[in-house]
Design a protein around this ligand. Structure first.
Ligand code: ZN
Length: 182
């Protein structure tokens, strides 16, 4: 085979391999995301009995619908909201966070962006907590203290303990505020 043809063939082959690998990586990430949602849903369902209609100002029905069905009629945003997920590329907000949400809703859609850091190997528990936390932003806006407090309360009610968030709690100025950790 002449060198130029050989080169083109090799280029085409390596592109095919790259596409295959990235397809596989995407499927793996989707599976990890689905698993994180399943774990968060289970924890929420365990926490739910006896919870009030609102908790820390978050409508618990909205929260449950967002987490379980990815759609809810929002008392906070006033209207029907669909939750979409998107894989982030590590730039912008992804350089600081494992995940973040695009709020307020744009044409009835709130987007949850999962950053490369979210898919760290062995971080199953952290992924679940991230979903519980981000879902507060999805239904009730950007307050960090509220998101940490409700996620911790849900964990506490479901399992009797919660993931320590002291550093981030202090850094976010939540101490002495209106929200409390369990
Ligand atoms: Zn947050």
């Amino acid at each position: 085979m002449e060198p130029a043809r050989m080169k083109r063939l090799l280029a085409a082959l390596s592109l095919a391999v790259a596409l295959l690998l990235s397809g596989k990586a995407m499927a793996q990430q989707q599976a990890m995301l689905d698993e994180a949602f399943r774990a968060a849903q289970k924890t929420f369902e365990r926490a739910l009995p006896g919870m009030g209609e609102t908790q820390f100002g978050v409508d618990i029905d909205d929260y449950g619908n967002a987490l379980l069905a990815k759609r809810f009629t929002s008392s906070h945003w006033k209207g029907a909201v669909t939750l979409k997920t998107e894989m982030g590329d590590g730039k912008g907000s992804c350089s600081r966070f494992a995940a973040f949400v695009r709020i307020p809703p744009n044409q009835g859609v709130v987007t949850l962006v999962l950053c490369p850091q979210f898919f760290t190997k062995g971080a199953d528990a952290l992924r679940e907590l991230t979903i519980l936390h981000e879902m507060v932003h999805v239904v009730a806006g950007p307050d960090e203290c509220r998101a940490m407090a409700l996620a911790a309360l849900i964990q506490q009610r479901a399992t009797g303990k919660f993931t320590p968030v002291d550093g981030y709690w202090t850094a976010s100025g939540c101490e002495g505020g209106r929200f409390k950790l369990p």
